[in-house]
Design a binder for this molecule. Structure first.
Ligand SMILES: Nc1ncnc2c1ncn2[C@@H]1O[C@H](COP(=O)(O)OP(=O)(O)OP(=O)(O)O)[C@@H](O)[C@H]1O
Ligand SMILES: [Mg+2]
Length: 414
């Protein structure tokens, strides 16, 4: 800002400058090179409680101290030069160099009988010239309140991170600890079954063993889902990838799910277009993702209904997910689907079913057991493979189709 002399121009420009300063919402002052106040604006009068007449000639620091005035404390203006004051330094720097200072954060503290008061100001300065005399125009914002909110938020954020990490450690430790007893239960169940067979005993115990096996498998699925979920690491699972035949993986998953489906008289029909489709995958994890989709399809479908699952080969270079985000890896791709004719997915369930611990209306009524982890873990696993997982449903009672897309090798390429 440079005000030039000529034809009463300075007076007009000074008037314009004064008007500008008074309309400006931030506090402003014009000082000389020693940070002694020449003029302040309305906002600064309001902030400090000092009239512009009284402010003229004060040191800038003394003037700002007025904003800290305590009701019963001394009047402002102790007359100290305050050489270390950040406000003063910014003004002196701009005056000497002609360079502006932009949004510099300055801590400003003043002593009062009531104690020390700290303020944080955001200061910007620019050199101006009127009547061949240099001055500094300084604008201030008091961000003390905002800063204390920021500090409190940072503190809370740190605490939340600590709690989050404690939660992750607990889930991880508990899940690891559960693995051993589950393996022992499964192992001894198998031993007892073999022993019964060896002794040729055909008893109700066989049915009890079925129940133990089924429930320990469920427990195992929960612990594996927890260990793989992003709840533990904040990101997806770490994969151990190798070329695997997705058709074989799907067939294994179908045969595992068949047991549960049989109990509801549900048939799982396979519809694959190819006998072999190689994908780079962590096989146990890919199995769990597909298994979780089949488990849901069977769990949420009514007795005697049909579930279809299959794979097709997509010979395209690029694949766009329904939300318009592209799959990063170039094609071709394997598209796996699991289709049921169950209750379907509608409304807010559509937005949230992939969130951890989310269970839709149909499960909250506790008709169906579960933790709300199957889909979120499946999605974490598929995302970690660089693929995508989504659902389509034509509405209530019209069933659902879940799709998994993964980068694939050439069809049938082993
Ligand atoms: N095939 C489906 N048909 C209808 N609703 C479904 C289907 N699959 C999932 N859902 C809905 O999405 C919710 C979340 O599924 P998710 O697999 O994550 O959890 P869950 O099956 O309830 O429990 P868990 O998988 O941990 O045993 C389900 O509770 C259900 O409301
Ligand atoms: Mg599930």
């Amino acid at each position: 800002m440079r005000l030039k002399k000529g034809n009463g121009g300075i007076r007009r420009d000074m008037k314009a400058l004064n008007e500008f300063m008074d309309k400006f919402p931030s506090m402003m002052m014009i000082t000389d090179g020693n940070a002694r106040v020449k003029r302040i604006n309305n906002a600064m009068e309001k902030y400090t409680g000092v009239s512009r007449g009284a402010a003229a000639g004060m040191m800038c620091g003394d003037l700002i101290c007025c904003a800290n005035r305590l009701k019963s404390g001394p009047e402002c203006g102790c007359g100290k030069e305050c050489p270390d004051c950040g406000v003063r330094k910014a003004i002196e720097y701009t005056f000497k160099t002609g360079k502006p200072v932009e949004n510099k954060e300055v801590e400003f503290s003043s002593k009062h009988p009531g104690g020390k008061i700290k303020r944080i100001l955001l200061i910007s300065t620019v050199r101006i010239t009127t009547n061949r005399e240099n001055s500094v125009l300084a604008a201030f914002d008091d961000i003390t309140g905002r800063k204390s909110v920021e500090t409190a938020l940072k503190k809370n954020n740190k605490k939340l991170k600590e709690l989050d990490s404690m939660k992750s450690n607990f889930i991880s430790m508990a899940s690891h600890e559960l693995r051993t007893p589950i393996a022992i239960i499964k192992g001894y169940t198998a031993v007892i079954r073999q022993e019964l067979e060896r002794l040729g005993i055909d008893s109700v115990i066989g049915g009890y063993l079925d129940a133990i096996e089924l429930n320990s498998k469920k427990l195992e699925n929960i612990t594996e889902d927890l260990l793989d979920s992003s709840l533990i690491r904040g990101c997806g699972p770490r994969l151990d990838k190798a070329p695997v035949d997705a058709v074989k993986v799907l067939r294994k998953c179908i045969s595992t799910a068949d047991e549960q489906a049989g109990r509801k008289n549900i048939s799982i029909v396979e519809e694959t277009e190819t006998d072999c489709l190689i994908v780079e995958a962590d096989e146990p994890r890919l199995s769990r993702a597909i298994g979780n989709l089949l488990d849901n399809a069977v769990k949420f479908s009514s007795e005697g209904s049909k579930v279809t699952a299959g794979i097709s080969f997509i010979n395209e270079k690029k694949f766009m997910l329904p939300d318009k985000s592209p799959i990063k890896a170039a094609g071709p791709y394997a598209l796996i689907f699991v289709k049921d004719s169950g209750p379907g997915i509608t409304g807010k369930d559509m937005e949230h079913i992939f969130d951890s611990f989310y269970q839709g209306d149909n499960s909250i009524k506790r008709e169906h057991p579960g933790m709300g982890l199957g889909l979120s873990t499946a999605r974490d696993i598929i995302m970690a493979h660089g693929g995508g997982l989504w659902v389509e449903s034509r509405g209530k009672g019209k069933g659902a189709v879940f799709y998994i897309v993964l980068p694939a090798g050439e069809r049938g390429n082993k």
